[in-house]
Design a protein. Structure first.
Length: 243
């Protein structure tokens, strides 16, 4: 890899993409940005040499992967840095079609595994890590399903995957909260059939903490943690302010 690598950063509309572009640019990399929106937040950075539009990775996964592969060849890219889960799901299965560019992520099957909340939680239990009490709904429950009688409210509904395969391709499904039985039935009725399995978890009130590990070929190179000060939504979600 050259001393000044060319890096293609996807999902330029994301604030995380802007942070990546700034970090790479300060380190001396030549940075290119792509985004379904064309003009983007990260693309406007002074560290971005060029930016371009691409298809939407959720709705047009195949076209997205083909366009990114063309950009890799056009800009002689050394490293491809996908930012979001939809982009990774679209690109990782086509790693061999990307002209040998370095993609600093695991194989597609490993990435899909770590995106499965049910699988991750089962692994956590096996390692002695506490997880919230939960019920797994493998399919939409019937009205008199006894599972509802055993729940302690409020609860959190989490589709096992944030990005699922629907009739018209991939789509995102969100986490929701239910304050009582009536609210839970209403939230479940609004879920599409392809969102299952769904985890119904006891709501845990307390500080939010994130733990991060940088691994390369199974070796931990760096680790850090943060405490969440603000989340979006406030009831629990991604951290938007932290220390």
């Amino acid at each position: 890899m050259p001393l000044t690598p060319t890096v293609l950063v996807t999902d330029g509309e994301q604030r995380s993409a802007l942070a990546v572009v700034r970090s790479l640019g300060r380190a001396g990399s030549r940075v290119i940005v792509c985004s379904p929106h064309g003009r983007s937040l990260a693309g406007a950075s002074r560290y971005c040499e060029a930016s371009t539009g691409v298809p939407e990775p959720l709705a047009e996964g195949q076209a997205y992967a083909e366009t990114v592969a063309r950009l890799v060849r056009q800009w002689d890219v050394d490293v491809l840095f996908p930012i979001t889960e939809p982009s990774l799901l679209a690109l990782l299965p086509h790693r061999d079609d990307l002209g040998g560019v370095t993609v600093p992520f695991p194989a597609a099957e490993h990435f899909r595994a770590i995106c499965d909340k049910r699988l991750v939680l089962s692994k956590a239990v096996g390692l002695g890590i506490d997880v919230p009490e939960q019920t797994v709904l493998s399919k939409p429950p019937v009205a008199d399903d006894q599972v509802f009688a055993t729940l302690q409210y409020p609860v959190v509904l989490k589709p096992s995957r944030s990005v699922v395969e629907g009739p018209s391709g991939r789509t995102k499904v969100a986490v929701s909260h239910a304050r009582d039985l009536l609210d839970l039935r209403r939230k479940i009725a609004a879920l599409p059939a392809f969102a299952y399995p769904v985890l119904v978890q006891r709501s845990i009130v307390g500080p939010g903490v994130g733990v991060f590990l940088l691994l390369w070929e199974g070796e931990i190179l760096a680790s850090f943690a943060h405490r969440r000060i603000r989340e979006k939504p406030p009831s629990g979600g991604v951290s938007v302010y932290r220390e």
